[in-house]
Design a protein. Structure first.
Length: 404
């Protein structure tokens, strides 16, 4: 059967799609690069907010005009009674949905068919045992299930041998890795760092409450780790953080920031913040806005509060739409100005870049898909590192480089 898989949402979904594709290939199915000509389109969905659900439904409406569609991933997990198959699907579809369900639940199931990019995500755990009040992910993905360190090492070694130049550790929250199995993230990182080869290691999805002195000093000791930390802080006001159910509140955020600055002084810090949470006062918002403007972080993604049914925040009295929109717009403007300032600071510097695709590369300060790119001459082959001097920055913060 000819199958096309389209992935929405976060890198964790990308890994699941790669595992499903690998498994289907080994069972004799053909994986197509385009939906045209497919017997079945599998849509791996995101549903952590209602907007993402709407996006998935819109994709289904468009794709079903090309071929039957089977929805997998977060949408059916969040809405178990919703329809999963659209159009006259082939008879193998039920078996594929069952396989997708096993992959969704079990982070060890399936062999990956990797996408062609020079980076690969390494999903170290599935699920989340934290209970942030705005978040429905633990309801969708379940409690934390860490993978075993040895299996992850074997997978990472294979990825490097296959030519991947960047291994990116992801999970719903990476610092929880091993809490259910008795293993330690520090040990996993140190072991990954001992893999031979020229590759970057990147750690994403750190909860500030999980940034300990031991983790910070381990990060500082790694040769392959890029100077980049992805730590969604969500807010800087203690009151809001406590209402969000963020363990440790503002103290944990400030402590994690000072640990990072002490042990990784040159690292770029990427964060995500949420504005307009129920009960957020002008003063709370100002402390967040001032934090963004003051350059505590180098990359900031801003999200408005979404009231999600099933989350604890659903029962809280929301702020008015106008207030949320105004604060969202202001925080986004501050983040944009920050990015231009930070990116201008890179102009004139000679940096090591990884070529992702013809004409496009990334610095160590940029994770794929969420941060900035560097335009380079088209003839340079993807999957190579190169030295280049940053020559300019455009209005979006993307860079241009000349090859040294
Ligand atoms: S750490 Fe909080 S925001 Fe992140 S997945 Fe877990 S519950 Fe959701």
């Amino acid at each position: 059967m000819k199958v096309f898989i389209l992935t929405l949402g976060c890198p964790k979904n990308i890994v699941d799609s790669e595992r499903l594709a690998g498994q289907l290939l080994s069972e004799g199915h053909e994986i197509l690069p385009e939906p045209e000509g497919a017997d079945l389109i599998i849509l791996n969905t995101c549903a952590f907010i209602s907007e993402a659900e709407e996006e998935a439904k819109n994709y289904i409406k468009r794709l079903v005009k090309i071929a039957p569609v089977a929805a997998i991933g977060c949408l059916p997990a969040r809405r178990p009674r919703a329809r999963r198959v659209y159009g006259p699907a082939p008879r193998e579809t039920d078996a594929i949905l069952a396989l997708a369900g096993r992959i969704f639940r079990d982070p060890d199931e399936g062999t990956r068919l990797l996408d062609p990019y020079p980076y690969a995500y390494l999903k170290v755990a599935e699920g989340c045992s934290r209970r942030c009040s705005f978040c429905v992910i633990p309801l969708i993905r379940g409690r934390l299930r860490s993978r075993r360190k040895d299996d992850l090492l074997e997978e990472a070694r294979a990825l490097v041998e296959l030519g991947k130049k960047e291994i990116i550790l992801v999970a719903q929250e990476t610092t929880q890795f091993g809490r259910d199995t008795g293993e330690r993230l520090e040990d996993l990182l140190a072991a990954l760092d001992r893999i031979e080869g020229d590759f970057w290691l990147r750690l994403m999805y750190i909860h500030p409450g999980g940034m300990t002195r031991s983790l910070a000093s381990t990060l500082a000791s790694l040769d392959h780790l890029v100077p980049y930390i992805h730590m969604p802080v969500q807010h800087l006001s203690d009151r809001v953080l406590r209402a969000m159910g963020r363990a440790g509140g503002e103290r944990a955020v400030r402590r994690s920031l000072s640990l990072i600055r002490k042990y990784l002084p040159d690292a770029f810090l990427r964060t995500e913040v949420m504005v307009g949470f129920p009960g957020e006062t002008d003063e709370d918002f100002r402390s967040l806005a001032d934090g963004i403007a003051s350059g505590l972080f180098q990359r900031v993604a801003v999200f408005p509060f979404y009231r999600e049914r099933g989350s604890r925040a659903w029962a809280m009295k929301p702020l008015s739409r106008e207030t949320i929109s105004e604060r969202y717009a202001e925080a986004q403007n501050l983040a944009r100005a920050l990015h231009i300032r930070v990116q201008k600071g890179l102009v004139g510097k000679e940096l090591r870049l990884l070529v992702d695709e013809p004409g496009l590369a990334r610095t160590v300060y940029d994770a794929p898909e969420v941060d900035f790119s560097v335009r380079i001459p088209k003839g340079l082959a993807p999957g190579n590192f190169l030295k280049a001097r940053i020559s300019s920055v455009d209005g979006e913060g993307d860079l241009e480089a000349v090859i040294s």
